[in-house]
Write a protein that binds this ligand. Structure first.
Ligand code: NAG
Ligand code: NAG
Ligand code: NAG
Ligand code: NAG
Ligand code: NAG
Length: 402
C-alpha cells in the first residue's frame, strides 16, 4: 500500500500543470490531516481501554508513552511472567502444610480457632512427613539446661520442634542458643497457681498444632532434664497406645477440698481430679484441650486462690472427656515426699549417677499393657548449678552423646 502510494505520488509530481499541483496539495493536506486524526483517535481509545483493565496490557505500544506509564507496563509484564513460572512448578499442599512462623500477630482467640481445625480425611495425600514431637518449654526466662538439651536434640533434626513461652518482660539474651531464642511464641504474663498458666499451656499447644507434623506434645519447665536419649524418648512417646496426663482422685483439703460447688453442673465433685501439670499428649487430646469451651471457663471463674488450676484443670478435663486412653500417669519424675507447696530441688551435688539411675528405672509401671521399670522420660526440679554434673553424666548414664 505504502509503496503503491509513493509510486503514484511520484507519477503525479512528474506530470505538468500548476492548477492541478495546487489541487494536489489540498488533497495531500486533507489526507495528512485525516490520517493524523485517525491515529490520535486510535491511541486515545486504546489508552483508555487499557486503563480500564490492568494499566496497559499492550506493552508493545509502551514506547510511544510517557516514562512513568511505560515503567508501569513493564512491571505488569514481569509480574505476569512470575505467575506463569509458579504455575509450572506445582505447589500442591506445600503452602498449606508449611508450619507458619512461631512469631505472629494473631490474638489468642484467632490462634485457638485456627489451631482447632482438623482434617476429616485421615489419609494424607502423598508422602507424609515424619511425625515430630513438640517440646514446649513453659519458662520465665532462659532454658536453664540449654547445653544439655542441645546435645539431646543434636542429630535428630526433622523429628522434633521446639516452642518457648517466656515472660514477656524478659529481654532476649544474645548468648542464648538460637535453638531456643528463635522459637519464642507470642507470650503473656504467667503467675504461679493462676489460670493464666493454663492459658499459656493452651497458647503453646495451639502454636505447636499449627505444624501438622507435630504428633506428640510435651510440656517442660526450665528445671526439667531428659532422663533418656532422643531416640528412646521418641519411640516411647510414638509407640505408646496411651497418653500421659497424671490424674488421681484425692480426698482432703489439697484434693477434693479445692472443688467448689459453684463449678456444678459442668464439673461434678466425683469428676474432680488432681495431677502434675507436666503432660505428654497426642494430637487428638491437644486439639481437645485448646478447643475446650466447657470446662476451662469454669476454672477461670471459680478456680482461684488456693485452688491451683494447673494441678486440676487438665486432670479433671481429660478424665471427664478423654479418660479411655489416659495412662493417668506423667513421664516427668518429681519428688513431693518432703511435703510443702513445692517439690524437692536438686543442685550439682545431688546430680549423681546413682540418683539418675534411680529416676530412670527405680519404679514399676505399665506401658502398653506390660509391666516395665522405664516409667519416666524427664525429671525435675533441677537448679542451674546442676548443669556441669549433668553434662558430665549425660553420655554415661543417659546415652546422650557428642
Ligand atoms: C492504574 O493506575 C492508576 C494510577 O497509576 C491506579 O490508581 C490504578 O489503581 C491502576 N489500576 C489498576 C487496575 O492497576
Ligand atoms: C528489658 O529492657 C528494658 C529496657 O531496655 C528494661 O526497662 C527492662 O527492665 C528489662 N527487663 C528485664 C526483665 O530485664
Ligand atoms: C539411646 O539409648 C539407648 C539406651 O537407653 C541405647 O541403646 C541407644 O543406642 C541410644 N541411642 C543413641 C542414638 O545413642
Ligand atoms: C515401635 O516399636 C516397634 C517394635 O517394638 C519398632 O519396630 C518401631 O521402630 C517403634 N516405633 C518407633 C517410632 O520408635
Ligand atoms: C484412669 O482413670 C480413669 C478414671 O478417672 C479410669 O477410668 C481409667 O481406667 C484409668 N486408666 C488407667 C490406665 O488406670
Amino acid at each position: 500500500m505504502k509503496n503503491q502510494n509513493q509510486v503514484s505520488t511520484n507519477k503525479v509530481f512528474s506530470s505538468p500543470g500548476q492548477g492541478f499541483v495546487n489541487i494536489l496539495y489540498y488533497i495531500l493536506f486533507f489526507a495528512f490531516g485525516l490520517t493524523f486524526g485517525i491515529i490520535i483517535t486510535f491511541y486515545s481509545k486504546s489508552f483508555s481501554f487499557n486503563l480500564q483493565f490492568t494499566n496497559l496490557t499492550f506493552s508493545t505500544s509502551s514506547y510511544t508513552l510517557s516514562p512513568p506509564l511505560s515503567s508501569l507496563s513493564s512491571s505488569s509484564l514481569s509480574s505476569s511472567t512470575s505467575v506463569s513460572k509458579t504455575v509450572k512448578s506445582r505447589t500442591g499442599l506445600q503452602e498449606f502444610v508449611k508450619p507458619p512462623n512461631v512469631m505472629h500477630d494473631m490474638t489468642d482467640e484467632e490462634l485457638l480457632w485456627r489451631a482447632s481445625m482438623v482434617p476429616k480425611r485421615n489419609e494424607f495425600p502423598g508422602a507424609e512427613p515424619a511425625p515430630k514431637v513438640a517440646f514446649m518449654f513453659l519458662i520465665k526466662e532462659k532454658v536453664s539446661f540449654a547445653p544439655l538439651w542441645e546435645k539431646f536434640f543434636k542429630g535428630n533434626e526433622g523429628l522434633y520442634s521446639i516452642y518457648v513461652h517466656s515472660d514477656p518482660s524478659f529481654n532476649q539474651s544474645k548468648t542464648e542458643s538460637s535453638m531456643f531464642r528463635d522459637r519464642r511464641i507470642p507470650s503473656k504474663v504467667v503467675e504461679w497457681g493462676n489460670a493464666n498458666m493454663i492459658e499459656a499451656e493452651r497458647r503453646l499447644l495451639a502454636n505447636a498444632l499449627l505444624d501438622f507434623s507435630n504428633q506428640r506434645f510435651v510440656l517442660l519447665s526450665e528445671s526439667c532434664i531428659p532422663l533418656y536419649n532422643f531416640s528412646t524418648i521418641y519411640s516411647y512417646l510414638m509407640n505408646s497406645s496411651e497418653y500421659f496426663v497424671e490424674a488421681y482422685d484425692l480426698q482432703g483439703p489439697v484434693g477434693r477440698g479445692r472443688y467448689s460447688s459453684l463449678m456444678y453442673p459442668p464439673i461434678k465433685l466425683d469428676q474432680w481430679r488432681k495431677g502434675s501439670q507436666w503432660f505428654q499428649i497426642d494430637r487428638e487430646i491437644a486439639i481437645g484441650v485448646i478447643s475446650d469451651t466447657t470446662y476451662f471457663p469454669v476454672f477461670q471463674k471459680y478456680c482461684k486462690g488456693m485452688c491451683y488450676s494447673d494441678e486440676h484443670y487438665l486432670p479433671t478435663m481429660v478424665s471427664t472427656k478423654y479418660w479411655e486412653r489416659n495412662s493417668n500417669r506423667t513421664l516427668t519424675w518429681v519428688d513431693w515426699s518432703r511435703g510443702g507447696p513445692h517439690p524437692s530441688k536438686y543442685s550439682g551435688s545431688d546430680a549423681t549417677k546413682d540418683f539418675l539411675v534411680k529416676m530412670r528405672t527405680g519404679k514399676q509401671c505399665s506401658y502398653n499393657g506390660h509391666k516395665t521399670n522405664v516409667c519416666y522420660m524427664f525429671a525435675r526440679k533441677f537448679l542451674p548449678s546442676a548443669l556441669d554434673s549433668l553434662l558430665r553424666l549425660a553420655p554415661q548414664v543417659m546415652h546422650i552423646d557428642s
